[in-house]
Every structure is written in structure tokens, then in C-alpha cells.
Design a protein around this ligand. Structure first.
Ligand code: FPP
Length: 237
């Protein structure tokens, strides 16, 4: 499999949106006798590498799971290290967004973050809002909370007959089509409260590769598998 083959699959199969669960940073670090924080640092590098490859392939929407609503339960040191990494990346983000012509959208409840980080998140969303591609970063995100937030907003509005389209438009991902494929690294085979509504017809792909080891060739392998699957969306074809 090559970059050209992956580009062909994306064009021919109409792949618009790929979503990732970036798992295995901790195990990657442990294997090397490093701290979990260094595993997350390597995870950021892998994320940048894979996002670059997504843009090279012409994928218009990419979503990554960076921090779940449950991740606050990790040790204080690990949470602090992750917050530091996030804010460091955000400092240089404008340059990346310009270069990739991408729109940054944070999925999740921003209110849990520090005021300065929240301000920066909103500023980056606003700064990039006219760019043609979308990068969704799920931060303090949980799918059940996202669904309940939409339900409560609909109740508040007094909406009577809610269609699927209307409901989708109330979710954090309203700017992106549903993911064609969700790729989870590090061997676990579950969705872990990620994009539960949006994943209704997504192909699921699991690899044992730990996230910091993720290479373009792993994406190629996922796309090759995608091309082999017949997507019926519930119909007989
Ligand atoms: C899961 O590995 C990974 C995370 C909880 C964090 C993912 C975050 C990044 C890759 C950084 C993203 C950066 C930005 C700027 C958005 P784990 O710690 O659960 O690994 P383990 O299961 O092996 O312990």
C-alpha cells in the first residue's frame, strides 16, 4: 500500500471523515521505562504526523480523542502534564492551522479548563473558522454527555418533532459528516463513550499498534481494510 493507493481509496470510496482513538501512550512509555507524561509527549508527535498525512491524503474532516470526561480521574501529575502539553500545542497552533487550511473545533465542555486555556480554545476556533478542512479535537468530551446536552437544548427550545438531521445539528460535531471509519490503537476493542450517535454506520478498525508508534503505513492498512468492506447502511445491495 502506498500514499497513491490510499488517495485512490479516499477519492473512490468518498471518504470524508476519519476519527481516531489515540490509545496506548502509557504502555508505550512503560515499555521504555519512561514516565507516562513522556508517552503523551510522543503521542502529540504521532498526532501531528498522522494529521499531516490526513491532509496529504485529502481527508476533509479528522477527529481525535485527546481527553475524555473520565481522564480527570488520572493522577494529578498526569492531568497536569496533559494540560501543559495541550497549552504548549495551542501556542503554536495558528501557524499549523494556516498551513493546513484547517478549521479547529473542540468537542466537549470547555468550562472545565482553566480560564486562559478556555480563552485560547475559543480564540483558535474563531481564528480558523473560515478554513475549508476540519480538525475536531475531543477534549473533556463524552458522547453520552454530548447527547444529553443536545436533548436538554431541544427541550429548552420546546422542539416537538425532532429529526435525525436536527439532532445531529445539535451535537458538537455539527460541522462534520458522520465518520466513515473510527480507528482505535493499542488493542482495545471498544468505543469508550466516543461519538456514539455519529458512529451508527462507521466502520470500526482496531490495531495493536500503540499510538506513539502509529505511522502512515498503519493508516494505509486501515484504508485498505476500509476498501474491502461493503458498506450497506442497513440496506441490501
Ligand atoms: C490514551 O493513552 C491517550 C490519552 C488519554 C491522551 C491522548 C492525548 C494525546 C495523544 C495528546 C493530544 C494533544 C493535543 C494537543 C490535542 P493512555 O494514556 O490511556 O495509554 P495506556 O492505555 O497505554 O495507559
Amino acid at each position: 500500500m502506498s500514499v497513491d493507493e490510499s488517495k485512490r481509496i479516499i477519492a473512490e470510496k468518498g471518504v470524508k471523515h476519519l476519527a481516531f482513538i489515540m490509545d496506548g501512550n502509557g504502555r508505550w512509555a512503560k515499555k521504555r521505562g519512561l514516565s507516562r507524561s513522556l508517552g503523551h509527549k510522543a503521542g502529540v508527535e504521532a498526532m501531528r504526523r498522522i494529521l499531516d498525512y490526513m491532509f496529504e491524503l485529502g481527508v476533509e474532516h479528522v477527529t481525535v480523542y485527546a481527553f475524555s470526561t473520565e481522564n480527570w480521574k488520572r493522577s494529578k501529575d498526569e492531568v497536569e502534564a496533559l494540560m501543559k502539553l495541550f497549552s504548549l500545542q495551542m501556542r503554536s497552533a495558528k501557524k499549523d492551522l494556516d498551513e493546513h487550511r484547517s478549521r479547529l473545533v473542540f468537542l466537549g465542555d470547555k468550562s472545565a479548563f482553566s480560564p486562559s486555556m478556555r480563552k485560547r480554545m475559543i480564540e483558535l476556533e474563531e481564528y480558523s473558522k473560515d478554513n475549508p478542512r476540519t480538525v475536531n479535537i475531543a477534549m473533556n468530551y463524552g458522547a453520552r454527555a454530548e447527547i444529553l446536552r443536545a436533548v436538554n437544548a431541544l427541550i429548552e427550545k420546546g422542539e416537538g418533532n425532532v429529526t435525525e438531521e436536527k439532532f445531529s445539528s445539535m451535537l458538537y460535531t455539527s460541522l462534520s459528516p458522520d465518520p466513515d471509519m473510527i480507528i482505535r490503537t493499542a488493542g482495545e476493542k471498544r468505543l469508550s463513550n466516543y461519538l456514539l450517535w455519529q458512529a451508527a454506520y462507521s466502520e470500526l478498525y482496531f490495531t495493536d499498534t500503540l499510538w506513539p508508534d502509529m505511522q502512515n503505513s498503519d493508516v494505509d492498512a486501515a484504508l485498505e481494510e476500509f476498501a474491502r468492506r461493503v458498506r450497506r447502511f442497513g440496506a441490501v445491495v
